[in-house]
Design a protein around this ligand. Structure first.
Ligand SMILES: CO[C@H](O)c1c[n+]2c([nH]1)[C@H](O)[C@@H](O)[C@H](O)[C@H]2CO
Length: 445
C-alpha cells in the first residue's frame, strides 16, 4: 500500500469534441473534426462527434459522477467553434453560456476546473480561409480566441492549458493524415509544429493578463516510452530521432529556448520557417507542464524513412484494445526525465488510462479488472517518481466517460464510466469504484 502526499490532487477528464455532441446547436460553428468525420472512410463505422456522449445537455449528470468519484480537479477543453463560430470576429454568447453553466457547476461541486483551450477542434472556417495551422496567421487567431475566453472566465478558471498534444495533432493530422484535417505532407506537418508552439507562446501572457494572482498556465505534451528494437547504431539513431520528433521538439523550445540541434540537422530544409522573436515567445515561463502517458513504442530503423520510423510489436506482453503495450515503468521514466533534464517546476499527469473491451453484466455492472490493474501499476510507478522528488502535483485518469476515440470512433472505451450510447446511460465501472476508494484514502493498494 502506498500513500500519496497530503496535497496531491486527483482528477479525471473529457474533451469537447469527444463528449459534447450538440454539434449544430446554439450557434456552434463547424470544426475540422466535423468535416473530417463527414469524409467517408476516415472514421471506423463512419462515426463522429455529432452526438457523442451528449455532454452538452448531460453535463450536470456527469458532474454528479465527478462528485461521486470525489475528484478535486476536472480536465475539459473549450471548443473554439462554440466561442467563435468562424474562428475570428463575432463571439457566440450561447457558447460562452454553456461553459458558464459547466464551470459554475464544477465550482459549486468544489471541483477545480482545468481548462484546455485547444484540443484539436479548429474552426473549419480557418482551415478554409487560412489553411489552418499551416498558416502562421492561425496562431494569431488562436491568441484572439484565448483573449475572449480568458477575459470571460479568468476569475473562475485558474488552471489553463493552452494546447493538448501539439505533436499528435501536428503529425497525425498533417503527416500521417489519420486525424483532422487529414493532410499528408511532411513539410507542412513540421511547419504546423512551429505554429502550434507560437500559438502557445502568444497565449501565455494573455492568460496571465486576464487572470488573477491564482492563475496558472501550462501546456499538455504527450510522452511515450521509446526503446530501440536492438542496440545497433541504426536502431538507436532511429529511436533518438523519434524521441526528438515527439518529445524534445516541443520540450526544448518551451523549456530551453531552442529547437533540438540534432532534429534541426536531420530535417535539413524541411525545418520550419520561423521569424525573429518567435523563440522568446515560445519560451515564456510556465507554471506547470501537463503530461500524458499511455504506452511504449519499440522503434526500428528503416532506410526509406525520413520523418517517421516504424515501431514493432512486442510479443508476449499485455496490450490494450488499442494494441498499445502495457508498460507502467514508462510513466516513471517520463516523470523522472522531465524532472532531471528539464527541471519542470510542477507537473500534472493529465492523461493516463487504457481501452479494454468492457461489457455490461445482466445486473448493470461493468467489471474491468484489467483497467484497475493498469491504473494500479501506473500509479505505483507514479508514487515511486514522487518519492524520488518529482514535483507531480496531481494525476488525472483518462477518461471519465467512454467517448469518441478519434479515428477509432466509439469502439474504444477508455472511461471509468461506461456509456451506453443508444440510451446515453452512464454506468460506473468497477474501475470507477476502485478510483473512488483511491481518492478517498489517497492511497493505492
Ligand atoms: C499516445 O497516446 C496519446 O498520448 C494520447 C492518447 N489520447 C490522447 N493522446 C488524446 O489527448 C485523447 O483525446 C485521446 O482520447 C487519448 C486516448 O487515445
Amino acid at each position: 500500500m502506498v500513500q500519496f502526499p497530503e496535497q496531491f490532487r486527483w482528477g479525471t477528464g473529457t474533451y469537447s469534441y469527444q463528449v459534447e455532441g450538440a454539434a449544430h446547436e446554439d450557434g456552434r460553428g463547424e470544426s475540422i473534426w466535423d468535416r473530417f468525420c463527414a469524409t467517408p472512410g476516415t472514421i471506423v463505422n463512419n462515426e463522429s462527434g455529432l452526438v457523442a456522449c451528449d455532454h452538452y445537455h448531460r453535463y450536470a449528470e456527469d458532474i454528479a459522477l465527478l462528485k461521486q468519484l470525489g475528484v478535486q480537479m476536472y480536465h475539459f477543453s473549450i471548443a473554439w467553434p462554440r466561442i467563435m463560430p468562424t474562428g475570428r470576429g463575432p463571439v457566440n454568447q450561447l457558447g460562452l453560456d454553456f461553459y458558464d453553466r459547466l464551470v459554475d457547476a464544477l465550482l459549486e461541486a468544489g471541483i477545480e476546473p482545468f481548462a484546455t483551450l485547444y484540443h484539436w477542434d479548429l474552426p473549419q472556417a480557418l482551415q478554409d480561409e487560412l489553411g489552418g495551422w499551416a498558416n502562421r496567421e492561425t496562431a494569431y487567431a488562436f491568441a484572439e480566441y484565448v483573449d475572449v475566453v480568458t477575459k470571460h472566465f479568468g476569475s473562475r478558471i485558474h488552471n489553463w492549458l493552452t494546447l493538448n498534444e501539439p505533436a499528435v495533432t501536428a503529425f497525425e493530422g498533417h503527416e500521417i493524415g489519420i486525424h483532422a484535417p487529414g493532410a499528408r505532407d511532411v513539410r507542412l506537418a513540421w511547419q504546423t509544429t512551429h505554429h502550434f508552439l507560437l500559438a502557445h507562446g502568444l497565449a501565455v501572457p494573455i492568460i496571465r493578463a486576464n487572470g488573477d494572482e491564482k492563475t496558472r498556465v501550462g501546456i499538455t505534451l504527450n510522452f511515450t516510452q521509446l526503446d530501440p528494437v536492438s542496440d545497433t547504431p541504426e536502431d538507436v539513431a532511429a529511436t533518438r530521432f523519434m524521441d526528438g520528433k515527439m518529445h524534445r521538439w516541443f520540450l526544448d523550445p518551451i523549456f530551453r529556448g531552442a529547437y533540438p540541434a540534432d532534429v534541426v540537422k536531420h530535417l535539413g530544409d524541411y525545418v520550419p520557417k520561423t521569424e525573429t522573436g518567435d523563440a522568446e515567445i515560445i519560451a515564456r515561463p510556465l507554471d506547470f507542464l501537463g503530461a500524458n502517458y499511455y504506452t511504449r513504442s519499440v522503434i526500428k530503423h528503416d532506410p526509406t524513412a525520413f520523418s517517421e520510423y516504424p515501431s514493432v510489436d512486442v510479443e508476449g506482453v499485455e496490450h490494450t484494445e488499442m494494441d498499445w503495450e502495457v508498460y507502467p515503468r514508462g510513466i516513471y521514466n517520463m516523470l523522472t526525465r522531465l524532472h532531471r533534464e528539464y527541471a519542470v517546476p510542477r507537473i500534472y499527469l493529465v492523461e493516463n488510462g487504457a481501452a479494454f473491451a468492457d461489457a455490461v453484466n445482466p445486473d448493470d455492472t461493468v467489471d474491468d479488472p484489467r483497467r484497475i490493474a493498469y491504473l494500479r501499476e501506473h500509479l505505483l510507478q507514479v508514487h515511486t517518481a514522487i518519492a524520488e522528488g518529482v514535483p507531480l502535483a496531481g494525476y488525472s485518469v483518462w477518461a471519465l466517460l467512454d467517448n469518441f476515440e478519434w479515428s477509432e470512433g466509439y469502439r474504444m472505451r477508455f472511461g471509468i464510466v461506461y456509456v451506453d450510447y443508444p440510451t446515453q446511460k452512464r454506468i460506473m465501472k468497477a474501475s470507477g469504484h476502485w478510483y473512488q476508494k483511491v481518492i478517498a484514502s489517497n492511497t493505492v493498494h
